[in-house]
Design a protein. Structure first.
Ligand code: ATP
Ligand code: MG
Length: 255
């Protein structure tokens, strides 16, 4: 089968909450192996769109095609198993486990093994040592190695973001949706996060679709930007085209 140039195709996606049209007729395509950005003012529908794509938003209208397959209405774990991972705007971690155990847990779910034994190193099998090694490598790349032994409830919001990123990266997804990966993170670290995302993309061919409010950092690393406003995509293009677009400027200044 010839692979399509686009790994994700959305057609006419709409999602309403009562009278609020959170997502209102969105059609877009994300190129395979690229880094795409999704920007827009607060409440413009960005997270809702990611929830729709990843199967966590319940009923919606329109069509979602991922890697040549229509995934509308599939449960989120099935979508994840197809290679579409995501992180949440508000991190969800398992408390009562160490940071390393949390990262490994995500890798195990991807491989469909029993997640319940992940926290117990003495019960790891050979594949699990490999998983632990990959988890440690990923945490080193994101500069959170010093957190291995900490309990997940002891770390900061920014560290939690990084942890969540390490978490999904070791699952080796085809595509990742990241909802504000640098929120609550120090500016220098935000740069590092994007640098490591870009490195990962170029080395592995993983496609990234990233919601981000820090436009300066985002624009340095993305190939393509979509601008959302009141549930619609009002503009798309290369970062240098987007910064000059009057409609985009108005959407932000109109806040
Ligand atoms: N579960 C929900 N129930 C009711 N309204 C919701 C729900 N989720 C989102 N909304 C509304 O839908 C609209 C879009 O919200 P969404 O969270 O998708 O925006 P966003 O672009 O991610 O914003 P932010 O940049 O602040 O994260 C908002 O008006 C929001 O209040
Ligand atoms: Mg959001």
């Amino acid at each position: 089968m010839v692979q399509s140039e686009y790994i994700l195709n959305l057609e006419n996606i709409s999602k309403a909450f009562g009278p609020i049209r959170a997502v209102d007729g969105v059609s877009l395509s994300v190129r395979r192996g690229s880094i795409a950005g999704l920007i827009g003012p607060n409440g413009s529908g960005k997270s809702t769109l990611f929830n729709v794509i990843s199967g966590t938003e319940g009923k919606f209208s329109g069509s979602v095609v991922f890697d040549g397959k229509r995934i509308n209405g599939m449960p989120s774990h099935k979508i994840f198993a197809l290679g579409l991972g995501r992180t949440f705007q508000t991190p969800r971690l398992f408390t009562g486990m160490t940071v390393l155990e949390n990262v490994m847990l995500a890798g195990k779910r991807q491989e469909g093994e029993n997640p319940l034994i992940a926290p117990f190193p003495e019960r790891w099998e050979s594949g699990e040592e490999d998983l632990a090694r990959r988890a440690q490598e990923q945490m080193k790349a994101l500069e959170i190695s010093q957190l291995y032994e900490k309990n997940s409830s002891e770390i900061s919001g920014g560290q939690m973001k990084l942890l969540q990123l390490a978490n999904v990266l070791i699952g080796d997804p085809k595509m990742l949706l990241l909802d504000e990966p640098t929120a609550g993170v120090a500016p220098r670290l935000a740069q590092d996060i994007f640098a490591s995302i870009e490195k990962h993309c170029r080395e592995t061919g993983t496609t990234f679709f990233i919601i981000e409010h820090r436009l300066q950092v985002l624009f340095k690393h993305v190939d393509h930007v979509f601008v959302m406003h009141q549930g619609r995509i009002i503009s798309e293009g290369k970062p240098d085209e987007i910064v000059k677009n009057q409609e985009v400027i108005d959407a932000y200044l109109g806040e």
